[in-house]
Design a binder for this molecule. Structure first.
Ligand code: CP3
Length: 360
């Protein structure tokens, strides 16, 4: 009975349908990092919150920025406003953001003793602010579009925890992986368990699909990717709640730079794979199309070009994917902060206008 109520409540479900490769009237679209600094209203709300983490920890303001891009563009999904680094923060690492420098941790993980000193995360209490944000956003969306929950992959989270922040060469985390693989596995194992718990709690709080961001999986060798990233994402997919409130909860795996591993990623049992712009979406569909949906994959830098060029590129990607469902349009990575919001609008509108021809 509950199930019927929530299903009828969702007014736009083409995103969830496309993830399950069910027929849709047009290709759904959302943008990675759609709530962010390219929007002046986001900057205003962040200023009101004080800083980025205070914004994440305030459910009402997190809800406000989640909905901002939906007020501007005809998007088919909302994504929880938070960050992947909330888990390491809850493990006791002390996350903070230095303006212009990205994320930093007060405590860094380099040894077995460091791994053993990590707090065991209790999602319900330590990450309660995230679950409150999910509930608030669901209430405010009122069935307008589905809400996506997310987490980082264990490997991607580990890169930040071991490097102490963003990195270009991953020197410490790779030294640890090659010299002491058993310690690396201990860390990844703890992270995988926390991610399962965290995503399941988001689903119970109201997230209707979840995405795992493996932003740095593409920095690994083929063998290392299988052992240190893919294996843990597979554990996560196996541990997730796949149906809630009478509806399937699709899982999207996104490994940036992961084009060569699509078949292996599809083997994890995920419903959809996120593609960055370096892989041709038509070839990707040929490789895995009957097993998973595909999400992507316009180069975010195309948004620096003119609306006419953006439209041409959207058409090219729609043509490359071809007819039928199973495609969620997106950028191949997050939208850049210097993009003109009118160009983002031209992008979303091009998908809305051009994609019906590929369906029905
Ligand atoms: O997509 C959305 O709109 C939801 C929000 C979201 C944020 N971070 C908000 C954010 C999501 C899904 C993330 C995920 C995230 N965070 C990832 C994986 C996705 C990816 O981009 O690959 C990663 C690697 C992080 C870690 C992180 N958080 C970094 C490296 C930074 C600094 C980025 C920068 O450009 O300075 C952040 C901060 C962050 N997370 C911002 C936002 C909007 C910018 C912070 C600000 O407002 O000052």
């Amino acid at each position: 009975m509950n199930a019927e109520i929530s299903m009828s409540e969702l007014k736009n479900d083409r995103f969830l349908k496309a993830l399950l490769r069910e027929p849709v009237d047009r290709t759904p679209i959302w943008m990675m990092r759609q709530a962010g600094r390219y929007l002046p209203e986001y900057k205003a709300t962040r200023a009101q919150a004080g800083d980025f983490m205070s914004l994440c920890m305030n459910p009402d303001l997190a809800c406000e920025v989640t909905i901002q891009p939906l007020e501007r563009f005809p998007l088919d999904a909302a994504i929880l406003f938070s960050d992947i680094l909330t888990i390491p923060d809850a493990m006791g690492l002390g996350l903070y953001f230095e303006t212009g420098e990205g994320p930093c941790f007060k405590k860094i993980i380099r040894t077995e003793a460091d791994v053993q000193s990590l707090n065991v995360v209790n999602t319900e209490s330590d990450l309660d602010y995230v679950l409150k944000a999910v509930k608030t956003i669901r209430r405010e969306l009122n069935g307008r579009v589905p809400l996506i929950g997310f987490s980082g992959s264990p490997w991607t989270l580990a890169t930040y925890m071991v490097e102490g922040g963003s990195s270009k060469d991953f020197r410490h985390v790779k030294a640890m992986m090659y010299d002491t693989p058993e310690v690396m596995h201990q860390l990844l194992d703890v992270l995988a368990k926390s991610v399962i718990d965290y995503l399941n709690a988001q689903i119970k709080a109201g997230a209707q699909a979840v995405q795992i961001f493996d932003t740095w999986g593409g920095s690994l060798s083929d063998v290392a990717y299988r052992e240190f990233s893919l294996k843990y994402m597979q554990q996560i997919v196996a541990g997730l709640i796949r149906e809630h409130d009478g509806r399937k909860v699709p899982v999207i795996l996104f490994t940036k730079g992961g084009g060569q591993w699509l078949e292996l990623m599809a083997d994890t049992g995920a419903d959809a794979l996120g593609l960055d712009w370096t892989t041709d979406i038509g070839s990707a569909r040929g490789r895995v199309g009957n097993r998973v949906a595909l999400q992507g994959n316009m180069d975010p830098s195309v948004l620096y070009a003119s609306p006419a060029t953006i439209r041409t590129e959207v058409k090219r990607i729609l043509d490359s994917y071809g007819q039928g469902s199973g495609h969620v349009f997106n950028l191949g990575h997050g939208i850049h902060q210097f993009v003109d919001p009118d160009h983002a609008k031209a992008f979303v509108e091009a998908v809305v206008e051009l994609s019906p021809a590929y369906h029905g």
